[in-house]
Write a protein that binds this ligand. Structure first.
Ligand code: HEM
Length: 268
């Protein structure tokens, strides 16, 4: 079958101009990628609240459950947020699959090209593909867990999952994949759309700086959950509850949940 026949039969002959859809899909992929990176920055700081102590992480968790606003904890609120992130994640992954090597020959050509060129940006792209592939599985498993069991988030519940349920190797792989993928993604996005117009070298340094910072923060956080989980093994399943809260937070807690002992007038 000749090429012209193929073009006529697939209805491309009527196309007077090139489709804008690939560019639109690229913009959507960049947009969803940027939103996921911004989400992850917030996520890493919220999860890292354990470094400030169990009460800090307990407070952040309860805050997301609406505990200080709706008179009690509503873990389903967290599931709603997770569902939104999951949709964004699936859309981003779907759009990114357009860029994956479509078959083994393409993959082999890509690898040979990267080896021959030794061009850093091409090598970074291959790592984007590898870490993206890993996130298909690792991030989906994590998101599913957070979607279905949001009530199992907390200083002891998360530490028991990380240590006693043996999830720390999973989180280590997820941390490495998401930080490498997010860092390269942000760099390629800034290069591709020439935003915010900074030099390639500056963007590269910024990329490695951000990746290094969030990897370090993530490793310290994971270490903290492992340490608490190790110490808490004998009480596996017990939930953390702060003995008391700062007065300003106590006032926002549901009535009667945290009552300070009333000091007797002139008590000795
Ligand atoms: C709204 C959605 C999400 C929620 C509610 C959430 C919640 C959490 C929580 C509570 C932890 C602490 C450990 C545990 O309890 O098991 C955690 C850890 C982690 N999450 Fe998420 N997560 C979400 C989405 C994601 C996504 C999309 C990714 C990556 C693609 C991700 C990557 C990680 C990593 C790497 C850790 C380990 C933390 C560390 O090592 O510092 N999370 N997440």
């Amino acid at each position: 079958m000749s090429t012209s026949t193929l073009i006529v039969q697939s209805g491309l002959a009527e196309r007077l101009r090139k489709s804008r859809w690939p560019a639109r899909l690229d913009l959507l992929q960049s947009g969803t990628g940027l939103l996921l990176v911004l989400f992850m920055w917030g996520h890493m700081f919220f999860v890292a609240s354990i470094l400030l102590g169990e009460t800090a992480m307990w407070t952040i968790t309860r805050m997301f459950e609406g505990y200080f606003f709706f008179g009690g904890a509503h873990p389903r609120l967290v599931s709603c947020v997770v569902a939104g992130v999951l949709l964004l994640f699936v859309l981003h992954a779907l759009l990114a699959m357009r860029k994956f090597p479509a078959n083994y020959r393409q993959y082999r050509t890509l690898r040979a090209h990267v080896r021959a060129m030794r061009h850093e940006d091409s090598t970074l792209w291959v790592w984007q593909v590898y870490t993206g592939f890993a996130l298909f599985f690792l991030a989906s498993a994590h998101l599913y867990q957070m979607l279905v069991w949001p009530q199992n988030i907390g200083p002891y519940a998360s530490s028991d999952r990380v240590w006693s349920d043996g999830l720390w190797p999973f989180y280590l792989l997820l941390l490495l994949a998401v930080e490498v993928h997010g860092g390269i993604g942000l760099y390629r996005l800034a290069m591709k759309w020439n935003w915010p117009g900074l030099s390639r070298n500056f963007l590269k340094r910024l990329k490695w700086g951000l990746t290094g910072f969030f990897l370090l923060l993530g490793l310290m956080t994971l270490g903290a959950y492992m340490k608490i989980g190790f110490a808490h093994q004998a009480q596996y399943g017990e939930r953390y509850r702060p003995a008391e809260l700062p007065a300003w937070l106590e006032r926002m807690a549901p009535e009667g949940d945290f009552t300070r002992p009333v000091l007797e007038e002139n008590a000795p």
